[in-house]
Design a protein. Structure first.
Length: 67
């Protein structure tokens, strides 16, 4: 993998955050609570995807060792 699992999870979380944030501006529904919810969503997606991509990376490394 060219990207590490941290960079890939940061890319995924940032993309989701930006899409959510921009869609709120498009439909003119910007409130402080929604922005706070987006920030919490960002950290949640980042932490979950970091753990999942870490596990996938370890599986690939172990598979290479077996082969």
């Amino acid at each position: 993998m060219n990207l590490s699992y941290r960079e890939l999870s940061l890319l995924l979380a940032t993309t989701v955050f930006l899409l959510s944030f921009v869609s709120k501006f498009i439909i003119y529904d910007v409130k402080l609570t929604y922005i706070g919810r987006d920030i919490i969503l960002f950290f949640g997606i980042y932490l979950i995807s970091k753990n999942i991509f870490f596990m996938i990376d370890k599986l690939i490394i172990n598979y290479r060792k077996i082969m």
